[in-house]
Write a protein that binds this ligand. Structure first.
Ligand code: GUE
Length: 541
């Protein structure tokens, strides 16, 4: 029986943790731009599916950023948008000093890729610029590795399936940063090699590439970052449904890596706008164990206690100032943390647990709501605490100021305080307006201000550059073309492998037909893929 490690718990925690910045961010007027594309009626079913994933993801980003108090400018473009118009839009956000981040949802049309590369490096919060981004990897890869981190502390063999795709590459890179040399599997490889691994990360976006023949009970965790919406409203991941019960822990789809990605993006913009020294969140091994819930909670769930650990550093992320902060896995003090929590179950703690436990609809409820929006109700995690042993590099906000937290007693006190904070927040939430703590509705689309003459000039310049790409851009393009070709090959090979296994037969009728249709069209859409496959969250996005 597998247990699920849900991203929704993590997102909920992070959202709560950042609530205190909301007022300041709100009054700063800062905003985040999200640009996505809509499928046209002429688009293939496959493109429609991908645009649907892009829409779901954009919706989640709108929610995440507005819950932090950011203005969110969501632009929805037709797939036939002219490159110059697209470029102009990017430019407008580049020069708008109130815009702190720009995300272009993948996939885009081939002829827009160069303009995507014109996103200002400073605003590239989802690492779309590759090496020119201030971040080591996209938010999805970052989220995946944070979820995997507690399971790879002893550097077990870790397989990255789809490890040459956009997300997979980022995952491999971040794992290497941690001293874990991944087994990279991609098209053409026998995916059954994942059986040799103890940890499996899948980022192919090809629904059902991993089945019963690939997974084993010895797998500590399978991280599934697939997200392929189906016509019936359900969503498929990389792991086939009949195999999700095999590993010890699995991230669900939906409700797994998607929300974790949002939590990473929230951290990135908060660090960027509020204070770069705000510690990155991470998950301790204890937290991971306790957060992993039984999938079918027939008996009392005994709590799912969460301990997320703030580390006093930005773990491999290059800050805006450009200083690369190296990634230390500092000695974890989880035993101490847990000891201090477990040996001192204060009344607050117990009542928190009980109140929350009774309010928690449980994973079963979440499962029955598979196709809906994630519940914004702060219902899930019990017993939340934050603490860290890691000394800060810089000044940290008071409640995560760890300097004086050198003694167990100090830690215990801090944990108590953290619990009280959480209680406070919860009771405020319960007694204040019912919506308190919820994520806001998307903000209205942004101003349609006319570009100034200077901006116009810059657009002109962009236009020239579009015709005569700079050496840098050409290099980027060449690299992209290469990776696109590789990705297409990968996609084809993965598809053939999947077909050879007759995976479609194991699906529901609806899923089956959608899938087949997708497959039939895939040949025709090969060119489409060529552009699209190399970017986005996975090969499929
Ligand atoms: N530049 C770029 N970056 C991306 O990260 C990116 C992209 N383009 N293009 C599209 C894909 C898709 N993707 C998802 C992210 C979150 C959820 C997500 O939060 N899903 C919710 C589902 C919520 C619901 O069903 O309403 C969940 O899993 O619980 C889904 C899909 C990111 N992508």
């Amino acid at each position: 029986m597998s247990r699920q490690l849900t991203g929704r718990d993590i997102l909920r925690w992070v959202r709560r943790r950042y609530q205190k910045y909301r007022g300041d961010i709100d009054s700063s007027g800062k905003g985040v731009a999200i640009i996505r594309f809509d499928a046209g009626s002429a688009d293939s079913a496959r493109v429609k599916v991908r645009m649907q994933a892009s829409r779901v993801s954009a919706d989640q980003k709108v929610k995440a950023f507005s819950s932090l108090g950011f203005q969110v400018h969501e632009e929805v473009l037709g797939r036939s948008v002219h490159p110059l118009d697209f470029s102009r839009l990017i430019h407008r956000f580049n020069v708008d000093e109130m815009t702190t981040g720009i995300i272009v949802q993948m996939p885009t049309h081939d002829d827009l890729r160069m303009a995507v590369q014109r996103i200002s490096g400073k605003k590239d919060i989802d690492a779309l610029l590759g090496g020119r981004s201030p971040y080591r990897a996209c938010a999805t890869a970052d989220g995946i590795v944070r979820v995997a981190e507690p399971f790879v502390q002893d550097k077990p063999l870790t397989a990255v399936v789809g490890g040459k795709g956009f997300v997979g590459q980022g995952v491999a890179k971040l794992l290497r940063d941690k001293g874990v040399e991944p087994m990279v599997l991609d098209a053409g490889d026998d995916l059954r090699a994942v059986r040799d691994a103890e940890v499996v990360i899948s980022a192919t976006g090809h629904s059902g590439v991993l089945g019963r023949e690939h997974l084993r009970p010895g797998h500590r965790i399978v991280v599934d970052s697939g997200f392929v919406p189906q016509r019936d409203g359900t969503v498929l991941g990389d792991v086939r449904k009949d195999a999700v019960d095999i590993p010890q822990v699995i991230t669900p789809v939906p409700g797994g890596i998607g929300p974790v990605e949002m939590a990473v993006l929230m951290e990135r913009v908060v660090q960027k706008e509020v204070d770069p020294s705000i510690p990155s969140w991470s998950i301790s091994p204890e937290a991971a164990r306790e957060m992993s819930r039984e999938r079918h909670p027939s008996q009392e769930s005994e709590g799912g206690r969460i301990h997320l650990v703030s580390r006093g550093e930005n773990r491999g992320v290059t800050s805006e100032t450009g200083t690369e902060r190296t990634d230390h896995l500092e000695p974890t003090s989880d035993a101490i943390r847990t000891g201090s929590l477990d040996s001192d179950p204060s009344p607050q703690v117990q009542s928190t647990s009980m109140t929350e436990a009774s309010a928690d609809p449980g994973p079963g409820a979440e499962q029955s709501d598979r196709t809906g929006r994630p519940s914004d109700r702060e219902s899930g995690p019990k017993d939340i605490s934050r603490s860290s042993m890691d000394p800060p590099r810089r000044q940290l906000p008071p409640e995560i100021e760890f300097d004086e937290a050198r003694s167990d007693q100090a830690l215990a006190d801090k944990d108590q305080q953290a619990r009280r904070d959480v209680d406070d927040m919860q009771s405020k939430r319960d007694h204040a307006k019912p919506d308190d703590g919820r994520v806001d509705e998307p903000q209205a689309p942004h101003d349609e201000r006319v570009p100034s003459s200077r901006e116009q000039a810059a657009v002109e310049e962009a236009r020239c550059d579009l015709r005569r790409p700079s050496a840098g851009v050409r290099q980027e393009e060449a690299a992209q073309a290469e990776s696109a070709t590789r990705s297409r090959d990968i996609a084809d090979k993965l598809r053939r492998a999947a077909e050879a296994r007759g995976e479609a037969r194991e699906r529901s009728t609806t899923a089956h037909s959608v899938d087949q249709e997708e497959r039939l069209r895939r040949g025709r859409m090969a060119e489409e893929h060529q552009g699209a496959e190399s970017e986005g969250r996975t090969l499929d996005r």
